[in-house]
Ligand binder design. Structure first.
Ligand code: ASP
Ligand code: MG
Length: 406
């Protein structure tokens, strides 16, 4: 007997037929003798509609009331799924975040889970009752409903799995697993059987939008085994797990890309102590997130070029901050380019093997693709290239690292 947490996203509970289909899947796990908790999202499109209503009444609305409104989507699905389970003869009960309770901090609209008291819920699960839990929501220190940020029900599921010490957390979604790269671009992309937490974290944060990043961080911290699988087909998905659990490790597990980058270059900025601080300080204050950074060695000892990337949506704000500080920074020119894409090669194998970066550079060179910026971490190499080469670069790299499906 195992204890499992199953999570169903918005498309999996999009209408009554799909909710009934979810109930059948849950019943299967119950019939196999498992103790089951189910975390559900709102029916697809519902949260967007709720957000829209808030914004229509007041573009800048009270965050507490926003949470009151947007948390309702999940409450509807918990009740409907509990009814669907009962119809199949399965004992089930719905739970809102505050009823468990799932305690969060007080940052309404983007709260973090602090602690979950699962005693009551676990006692009922032991008696054979399925707990149907509303994802995305909790209760803050002010005793009011909070929500965890968009896509937050992944995090609810992993946090609950950690709290009840589940053997597994199955995240059912509209894709059947985690792929070596975006299958819409590279037809030879392969589904991975297993991937490490660290690799998944890099994949999640560079644009393979399968799991909310925060849910992967939480899974890694609490060592929750997370399986990503489809709620529409019957096949094993991808297990996100510890490195020790993966016997045959690939050098490179995946290739990700992000179009959400823009490049900024400050030409001939003064080369003296404090300049980087003077540039990035005001950007941080303006809440502009800076990603890749390169600074050239100065030729004359007086000035140098500095290039970095920001999110596309932040580009105008970044330009304004730097233009305002022009007097102080005394650079010659500010140049920006939003026509770029960041392509990243990810793999824990990089820790122990040389030559992985070289293969990336070689492959791009032989396709005639110019690399504008490079950055690396322990398990990732990222390059910034012209956006029009996205498809070509992904396909060439996917082949070069031997990831193509047979
Ligand atoms: N319903 C919420 C959203 O759409 C939470 C979730 O689905 O994960 O963002
Ligand atoms: Mg989601």
């Amino acid at each position: 007997m195992s204890r499992i947490v199953m999570k169903f996203g918005g498309t999996s509970v999009a209408d009554v037929e799909r909710i009934k289909n979810v109930a059948v899947r849950v019943k299967r796990e119950v019939d196999a003798g498992n103790e089951v908790a189910v975390v559900v999202s709102a029916m697809s499109g519902v949260t967007n509609q709720l957000v829209k209503w808030c914004t229509e009444i007041a573009p800048l609305h009270d965050a507490r009331e926003y949470d009151t409104v947007v948390a309702t989507g999940e409450q509807v699905t918990t009740g409907l799924l509990a009814i669907a389970l009962q119809e199949l003869g399965v004992s089930a009960r719905s739970w809102c975040g505050w009823q468990i309770p799932i305690h969060t901090d007080g940052v309404h609209g983007k709260a973090r889970i602090m602690q979950i008291d699962t005693d009551d819920m676990v006692r009922r699960m032991r008696e054979g009752q399925v707990a149907v839990v509303a994802g995305f929501q909790g209760i803050g220190p002010d005793q009011r409903i909070t929500t965890l940020g968009r896509g937050g029900s992944d995090t609810s599921a992993v946090a609950l799995a950690a709290a009840v010490q589940a053997d597994r957390c199955d995240i059912y979604t509209d894709v059947d697993g985690v792929y070596t790269t975006d299958p819409r671009i590279v037809t030879k992309a392969r589904k991975l059987d297993k991937i490490t937490y660290e690799e998944m974290l890099e994949l999640a944060s560079v644009g393979a939008k399968v799991l909310q990043t925060r849910s992967v961080e939480m899974a890694m911290k609490h060592r929750v085994r997370v399986q990503v699988l489809s709620s529409f087909i019957d096949a094993p998905g991808t297990l996100v797990c510890d490195e020790d659990e993966i016997v045959e490790k690939e050098l490179v597990s995946g290739i990700a890309y992000s179009r959400d980058e823009a490049k900024v270059t400050l030409v001939r900025v003064a080369d003296r102590p404090g300049v980087a601080a003077a540039i990035f300080g005001p950007l941080a204050e303006a809440a502009v997130n800076v990603d890749m950074i390169v600074q050239n060695v100065s030729e004359d000892g007086k000035s140098t070029d500095l290039t970095f990337t920001v999110g596309k949506a932040d580009l105008d704000r970044a330009r304004k901050v730097l233009e305002d500080a022009k007097g102080e920074l005394s650079y010659e020119k500010l140049v920006s380019d939003a026509n770029v894409v960041k392509v990243s090669v990810i793999g824990v194998g990089m820790r122990s093997h040389a030559g992985i970066a070289q293969r990336m550079f070689q492959t791009l060179a032989s396709e005639g693709i110019n690399i504008q910026v490079i950055s690396t971490s322990e398990i990732k190499i990222s390059v910034l290239i012209e956006e029009k080469y996205t498809e070509l670069a992904l396909r060439a790299l996917h082949s070069a690292y031997g990831l193509d499906a047979a």
